[in-house]
Design a protein around this ligand. Structure first.
Ligand code: PNS
Length: 161
């Protein structure tokens, strides 16, 4: 059984993330979408909220589960027996950061590989930060996030609420 982990802040999940998760689900027997704390970022949504949204948007995928972890990713891979970390790459600007993490994770747990899936060209500009920025000004985030969670995100992020 080949298990892959798709780790991220998912604060909140975007259509860029769901594209990567869908494609990873075709490549591996099981995909664990892992909500992981990023010490460099202040989250807008709680871990429970982020997991709930991820569960809604991955409902139709039989081999995808949603989990959370607040320790090292490398230890989680070891504990679950996962053989891969799957991440999306948008542009060159992502590369240095992702490359560094991939090498650090390889050093910490050599048994797992980091697999990069190149983003769908339509999602090149998408990020959780841009979604939060637009939604906080009351802008329309349709086409940025899955429709089923659009209201949840907008209502929560609009300034003053
Ligand atoms: O969506 P993000 O914020 O780019 O995801 C980054 C994430 C969560 C994958 C990364 O910060 C992470 O793996 N955090 C867990 C703690 C850890 O293992 N840090 C060392 C990574 S080399």
């Amino acid at each position: 059984m080949r298990i892959a982990v798709c780790p991220g802040s998912f604060d909140p999940v975007t259509l860029g993330h769901t594209d990567i998760i869908n494609r990873a689900a075709k490549l591996f027997d099981e995909v664990i979408v892992l909500v992981t704390e990023n010490s460099q970022k202040n989250a807008s949504f709680t871990v429970d909220e982020r997991m709930e949204m991820l569960k809604i948007v991955t409902e139709g995928l039989d081999n995808v589960v949603v989990a959370s972890n607040n320790g090292l990713l490398a230890n989680y891979l070891k504990d679950t027996g996962a053989c891969a970390i799957v991440k999306g790459l948008r542009a060159v600007s992502d590369f240095e950061y992702e490359f560094q993490q991939a090498l650090a994770n390889k050093k910490l747990y050599p048994e797992a590989e980091t697999v990069f899936l190149v983003t769908n060209s339509e999602n090149m500009y998408l990020s959780s930060s841009i979604v939060k920025e637009i939604a906080s000004y009351g802008g329309n985030i349709k086409g940025f996030v899955p429709d089923v969670i659009l209201k949840k995100i907008s209502n929560r992020l609009i300034k003053g609420l």
